[in-house]
Ligand binder design. Structure first.
Ligand SMILES: Cc1cc2nc3c(=O)[nH]c(=O)nc-3n(C[C@H](O)[C@H](O)[C@H](O)COP(=O)(O)OP(=O)(O)OC[C@H]3O[C@@H](n4cnc5c(N)ncnc54)[C@H](O)[C@@H]3O)c2cc1C
Length: 381
């Protein structure tokens, strides 16, 4: 039997974008937050920029977050070998918003989910979106939810849908929308125990792509190689010793990887995730909008994905709060503002991306770098 759950706004996806949107929108509306995962699993992507403090403060979360020492380390600075062998250090010491953080990413997202529950937002997980049908004043969502031992169908009539499902953009895809895909970049990532005191995060360009590493809470470290899916050495994603050997050819990484760590049982190779630049051809429509990676996904080089997810969630919540959900013209205006906002974010991102990749010219024969030099900006249709 199908259970019916009423709400004003349904948010699909309880990552950073969905949780921040749920917290901000619950000030004005009855919200349900849905995710296919019962909790956030291990996840890569840990540098939260200093400006995120403003959003956490606005939502009255900053104090609680800062007290959770298990969730973060200060992000003092980034050292990079990019464009030359010179090691450059870019620090956050003079940033008026503070240092920023290196997160236990899954811990942070699960903490955000706890905040959503503490704010009395209705939550539904694990539940997967099956279908979406337009209604006269909104949408009817159909979900498959796992409750105790049984699978249950749930129907959610709502006035507005937020697609915060990350790069899958599950709701927009159901509407038949496509993503503009600029490249084939993936990240192969590992985490390891690290007693080495080096606090800095680092980025190093290499012939086949680029690496980064950052310290994490609980004496852990993340290490990731970014390259294109068709350029990844065959079998590397299953071969920890080979991954470590390749990392040790990088001058700044070999000191971070203690000898024999690959055989110690304290280093895990988690596998490959998408790390390419993509955007929805349309980021909002009749009574729906996409947020965070669902609207546009950035190259990890930018370290801005989480902040973009948070900022676009706050902006959408503000305009929905201002215009409300009842009036059809108001809904059109919310959609127009959101589309314009995402378009502007994407255009800024593209020019930054082109600027950074243009600085690295040491491997003119490498397909990875040739493709980046030839980048053209993608247009919204
Ligand atoms: C290698 C790498 C390194 C990165 N490093 C950084 C960094 O240092 N700093 C930074 O700010 N950003 C970084 N990013 C980017 C950052 O991780 C993303 O921008 C961020 O996760 C976007 O958040 P989101 O909430 O939009 O999407 P996601 O984090 O993708 O969350 C989407 C949620 O939707 C749920 N979902 C998906 N499909 C469905 C469905 N059909 N039904 C229900 N639920 C669904 C998922 O379970 C998930 O919980 C990095 C990314 C990569 C790949």
């Amino acid at each position: 039997m199908t259970q019916v759950k009423h709400c004003q706004i349904a948010i699909i996806g309880a990552g950073v974008a969905g949780c921040i949107a749920a917290l901000a929108l619950s000030r004005h509306f009855q919200v349900v937050l849905i995710d296919k995962q019962p909790a956030c699993p291990d996840k890569v992507g840990e540098c939260l920029p200093p400006a995120a403090a403003r959003i956490l403060r606005n939502l009255n979360l900053l104090k609680d977050f800062e007290q959770r020492q298990d969730l973060h380390l200060p992000h003092y600075s980034m050292q990079s070998r990019w464009g030359s062998e010179q090691n450059l250090i870019n620090d956050n010491l003079s940033n008026p918003d503070g240092l920023g953080w290196q997160l236990n990413r899954a811990g942070f997202e699960n903490w955000l989910r706890e905040q959503v529950i503490a704010h009395d937002v209705d939550t539904l997980w694990p539940a997967r979106l099956l279908d979406a049908q337009p209604g006269s004043d909104g949408w009817l969502l159909y979900l498959a939810a796992q409750t105790q031992a049984a699978q249950q169908s749930i129907a959610i009539p709502c006035h507005f849908v937020i697609d915060a499902t990350g790069r899958h953009s599950a709701f927009a895809t159901k509407l038949g929308l496509k993503r503009t895909v600029l490249d084939k970049q993936i990240a192969l990532w590992a985490s390891l125990d690290c007693g080495i005191k080096n606090q800095l995060a680092c980025i190093e360009a290499s012939e086949q792509g680029w690496w980064y590493s950052a310290r994490l809470p609980a004496q852990r470290r993340v290490l990731a190689l970014q390259t294109d899916s068709d350029l990844l050495n065959k079998g590397l994603q299953h071969d920890l010793p080979q991954f470590c050997s390749l990392a040790r050819t990088q001058p700044g990484l070999k000191t971070l990887l203690p000898q024999g760590i690959e055989h110690s049982g304290t280093m895990q190779l988690h596998g490959v995730v998408s790390a390419n630049s993509t955007c929805l051809t349309q980021a909002a429509g009749h009574r729906w909008a996409a947020l965070g990676d669902a609207a546009c996904s950035f190259d990890p080089l930018s370290s801005q994905g989480m902040f973009n997810a948070m900022a676009t969630a706050m902006q959408l919540a503000n305009s929905l709060g201002e215009y409300g959900l009842c009036d059809a013209d108001a809904a059109i205006e919310v959609t127009r503002l959101h589309q314009a906002q995402i378009k502007s974010v994407w255009q800024h991102y593209l020019s930054h991306r082109a600027h950074y990749y243009a600085q690295e010219r040491r491997w003119p024969d490498s397909p990875y770098w040739q493709r980046r030099q030839a980048h053209k900006n993608a247009e919204f249709s």
